[in-house]
Write a protein that binds this ligand. Structure first.
Ligand code: ATP
Ligand code: MG
Length: 441
């Protein structure tokens, strides 16, 4: 298929929307005789009038040539070498055009013995294990996941290049895998999560035939590496569209594969579903306002209500409350980590957010200033804020604490939310006295 080239006058991308570092990088590559494209999600976002999260560059310069051109370059990646250009406030990814995996007949599979290391490698089920061959600009576009992610912006003449049906799919707001959806979701099951993420966050629709296959293959998501799934989880839940994404995870049954315990608990439990939907809506509001929202808070939003219920049941059987909570958290985290690798530090922080709740609920609280100085207090307040939408007890506590924080902020030594901050740094919190802002809806 001939690529469609949309000249500068016929598309809405202006250089003003592109990060100055990315522009300079594109020009430098071009001036040195290389092809230089903006590629992937940033072109999609610019065409949609959204601010791209990052600007990725694709070029025919080999990694070594990129390194020679840019002093701030570091080559990274084992599966595929690519260049990271380090600027003061951003890191740009510059990758050499890559080829698509060959058609199934010529593939080298794990079982076959070869003397030289294979450049493409799939396991017996068709999942790509290695994929590192340089290619043409077209091959590079067609190996990408979705047509709308395969568009390029050419710095040579400021045109947009569409090697598939990205532009018409974008106009119809469709997420369509490039090629056979069954093959593409099998090669890399994480693409199913990406499809759901773009649908939820960009208000797009997964093309119906691809959606059907996604639902059929959803249980295979567990074949992806648990550490990678954790990274994807953060993008699903912390970027302001957790609620619509959760609905799609549930209807595709990806939720069942990722979090079987949660999915089981949700069956026939509409109250819990309503609480979770509400929590995720609050999480989205916090993310959009850039108020406390962290990996541990998303875990608490999703699993906290169930954990609290279970801990309460154990407490009624005579186990001290904190001990009951510790035990339920430990069971959940052990179960979760088999599929999605939650760092121990983040799991511990979720437990502390939940452990603080009974102390926040006690009216009036004991030694509130000291409570407010605890690590994780800001996140514990954010959790209280979520739960106050549906719970009367939480509402009373939230009102009390908001009043307290508004009246005596200087008395409260507390940290801003530690979005993945290491434990060591958090222990020094008493040196800086920063008030926790009241959390209002
Ligand atoms: P955003 O950065 O807004 O989350 P994005 O589409 O830019 O979305 P990235 O993870 O930054 O996503 O990836 C950049 C590009 O790399 C994508 O647009 C897509 O073309 C390609 N890509 C990323 N992940 C995959 C994948 N699993 N399979 C095929 N292509 C992929
Ligand atoms: Mg991106």
């Amino acid at each position: 298929m001939e690529p469609r080239i949309i000249p500068r006058e016929e598309h809405g991308i202006s250089r003003k929307q592109i990060s100055p570092n990315a522009l300079r990088t594109l020009y430098r590559l071009h001036d040195n005789g290389f092809i230089a494209y903006l590629a992937g999600g940033c072109v999609r976002d610019l065409l949609l009038g959204r601010t791209p999260k990052d600007f990725d560059i694709a070029t025919d310069a080999a990694p070594g040539q990129i390194k020679r051109l840019f002093r701030n370059c570091r080559l990274v990646g084992r599966r595929f070498r690519l260049a990271h250009l380090h600027f003061q406030d951003e890191i740009l990814e510059v990758s050499t055009f890559r080829a698509a995996a060959p058609p199934p007949d010529d593939e080298e599979t794990v079982e076959e013995g070869h003397n030289r290391p294979p450049r493409h490698l799939k396991d017996e089920d068709g999942m790509v294990l290695r994929d590192n061959v340089f290619g043409t600009p077209e091959e590079d576009a067609l190996r990408r996941d979705f047509t709308i992610n395969a568009l390029a912006y050419n710095i040579a003449d400021f045109s947009v290049i569409d090697y598939s049906t990205g532009l018409s799919d974008l106009a119809q707001r469709l997420i369509r895998p490039i090629g056979d959806p069954f093959v593409r979701f099998t090669e890399d099951p994480v693409r199913m999560i990406r499809a759901v993420r773009f649908a939820g966050s960009h208000d797009l629709v997964i093309e119906p035939a691809a959606w059907e296959i996604l639902c059929e293959l959803s249980s295979t998501i567990t074949r992806a590496a648990p550490a990678r799934l954790y990274e994807e989880m953060l993008k699903l839940f912390l970027l302001g569209s957790a609620k619509p994404i959760f609905t799609l995870l549930e209807s595709s049954e990806l939720l069942d594969a990722l979090f079987p315990m949660l999915s089981k608990r949700l069956q026939g439990n509409d109250d819990l579903r309503e609480t979770l939907h509400n929590n995720l809506e609050c999480l989205d509001r916090l993310s959009r306002k850039e108020l406390p929202s962290s990996p541990a808070l998303f875990l608490a939003a999703l699993f906290g209500p169930g954990l609290e219920q279970e801990a309460l049941a154990r407490h009624r059987d005579g186990i001290p409350h904190q001990q009951a909570l510790d035990a339920t958290c430990a069971i959940l985290l052990e179960e979760l980590c088999k599929i999605v690798c939650i760092p121990g530090r983040v799991g511990g922080q979720m437990r502390r957010i939940l452990a603080l709740q009974p102390l926040l609920h006690r009216m009036p609280p004991r030694r509130p200033s000291s409570l407010a100085g605890r690590p994780d207090f800001a996140e514990a307040m954010a959790y209280l804020y979520m739960m106050a939408k549906t719970g009367e007890k939480d509402k009373t506590a939230l009102e009390w604490w908001n009043l307290f924080l508004a009246e005596a902020p200087s008395a409260i030594p507390s940290e801003p939310p530690a979005d993945g901050a290491p434990e060591k740094r958090r222990r020094k919190r008493r040196r800086r006295h920063r008030p926790t802002p009241p959390v209002a809806g």
